[in-house]
Design a protein around this ligand. Structure first.
Ligand SMILES: CC(C)(COP(=O)(O)OP(=O)(O)OC[C@H]1O[C@@H](n2cnc3c(N)ncnc32)[C@H](O)[C@@H]1OP(=O)(O)O)[C@@H](O)C(=O)NCCC(=O)NCCS
Length: 227
């Protein structure tokens, strides 16, 4: 039989006691409440940033953990009512590892519209010159990237850094009630129809019809949901 010294015995005693008192639960709920208070007290800072950068936002905007904003003058960013923007690795079911939600526009013609009730969680949206429209009540799981441009032309290689190929940029439209899984990339010119689901880790480079499940690289339609 192993003999324990006084120190070890007291540690075991403490663990048994804390188990009895459900200390872990207490600790968990205290840390959650502490974060809620912190968000409540600091919530005005990102909203101030939105105002300074001329971003229009609607009622009941929830921002948790800040937002990276890189907004070109005269470009348009519109966030409708009841949108939630999450950038906190401790928030949400599938929390982001590191990403903050980011909105970036590069030119006066860049436009980003985020529909009513939509939730962004560690989502990066970049409009170089076109319009990115996200519908109502969409859900974006962590680390999704949405971008209307390739930023370089593929060919010839000598021109890649000189000629930026803005004419290849294209609008992106994501319909109402879409659910986009973790680590998805949505490329230029794509339309995702309403109610569709994009599986985790997908790369969407072609249109996805409404009411579909699409997944993979490149994303393919796996099934059509029927009510
Ligand atoms: C999209 C998702 C919800 C679909 O789940 P489901 O309805 O149970 O679908 P299934 O697992 O039955 O898959 C159906 C088919 O799609 C394929 N598939 C599903 N998700 C896929 C993915 N992410 N990539 C590639 N293929 C995928 C399956 O392999 C299966 O193919 P098969 O019929 O040839 O075997 C799920 O796969 C997913 O991506 N979950 C992650 C969601 C997420 O990011 N949550 C974060 C919290 S918001």
């Amino acid at each position: 039989m192993i003999s324990l010294n006084i120190q070890q015995k007291s540690i075991i005693k403490f663990l048994k006691l804390s188990n009895k008192l459900k200390i872990q639960y207490l600790n968990y709920y205290i840390s959650i409440s502490f974060r809620q208070v912190l968000y409540f007290l600091t919530g005005f800072i990102p909203k101030l940033n939105l105002k300074i950068k001329n971003v229009t936002y609607g009622k009941k905007l929830l921002i948790i953990g800040g937002i990276i904003l890189d907004i070109f003058p005269e470009s348009k960013v519109i966030i409708k009512d009841n949108v939630s923007i999450i950038s906190d690795p401790k928030r949400c079911s599938a929390s982001t590892l590191y990403s903050k939600t980011k909105l970036k526009t590069f030119s006066p013609s860049s436009t980003i519209i985020i529909g009513e009730g939509t939730g962004l969680n560690g989502t990066s949206i970049t409009s170089r010159s076109k319009k990115i429209t996200i519908g109502k009540n969409c859900m974006f799981a962590p680390n999704t990237i949405i971008v209307d441009s390739d930023f370089h032309i593929p060919w010839p290689p000598k021109n890649r850094n000189i000629y930026l190929g803005c004419e290849r940029d294209n609008d992106i439209i994501i319909g109402d009630n879409c659910w986009v899984g973790m680590n998805t990339i949505i490329l230029k010119g794509v339309k995702i129809g309403e109610n569709s689901v994009i599986g985790a880790g997908s790369i969407v480079n072609k249109d996805i019809p409404p009411n579909s499940l699409a997944a993979g690289n490149p994303a393919k339609i796996i099934k059509q949901y029927i009510n």
